[in-house]
Ligand binder design. Sequence first.
Ligand code: MTE
Length: 331
Amino acid sequence: MLIKRKSGIEIPSSEITPERLYSTRRQFIRGAGAIAAGSIMAACRPERPPAATVEPAAQTTGGESAGTNEVASAARTDELGDALNTLEDISSYNNYYEFTTDKEGVKGLAKDFKTDPWSIEISGLVNNPGTYDMGDLLTKFDQEERIYRLRCVEAWSMVIPWDGFPLAKLLKEVDPTSNAKYVRFETLADPEQMPGLSSPWYNWPYVEGLTIEEAMNDLTLMATGIYGQSLLPQNGAPVRLVVPWKYGFKSIKSIVKIELTDEQPTSLWMAAAPTEYGFYSNVNPEVNHPRWSQASERRIGEFSRRETLKFNGYEEQVAYLYDGLDLRQNF
Ligand code: MTE
């Protein structure tokens, strides 16, 4: 796995992937995806997090054992010195409304989710539209590890070691035209597999959007793994977006379509509760959610709250994207 220095974020030597993780990842790459509003946003309110640390051997969420990865994670931190969450944390407390709004119920309902074959159709204002299957995505683009903080709009957070590649690399391949201003993403909507789709409260499929400048920022990741193993269904297998300076709901899971457009996409959350969820959704401790404060957060695994950082601590890398924009109005 290639480890790179990214946009001024120092990657300490302690984060360099151990050989075992590297091997696991190579196996996965060879297998190419074989592993396989008020009450409206019911789950988007602060809830009690699960117990934090679980012994490696207790990892039973499917896929490969997390044992060695958990050991490897023990001394690892993000660039701010914050400890990584365990795979147990990351794979047991999830938001994936296509399955259920019960965070601890997602992994059970999603365990047989079919992720192979899988492809992403890229269309719209691009010179080279096309369909990329998982083999393409895993072999065309070097997979690298990125340790990012994930800050949910519900005011909980985790530190997650993702594997993946910058979205910018994929966008350069499809070559957006000069009219392309936004990128629209869509999740699979398969009622046979996703019981949550029967909920009438949401305008399925799950849709999210970014400006093209946000999409091209080097932090914006197409994630294909966590802790050196393929993504688990509950985390958005086989490929999802991760936009670490925005609230977690922008990080759309299990993507099947990407479209370049000249109109701002309306996300599922904007449609469901327009006064609560805007297009930008940048992490901002100065702008509260209408129903709760965003000034602090609960890191899963910690007991006391910690202050929320502007742009989730990535201000240096992304503040330029919003020069001249009123972040209160453009929430
Ligand atoms: N993507 C889809 N398709 N459906 C969802 O319900 N939930 C979002 C985001 N992506 C969601 C989604 C929310 S609210 C959060 S906080 C993150 O996924 C949670 O990611 P995680 O479960 O991997 O921690």
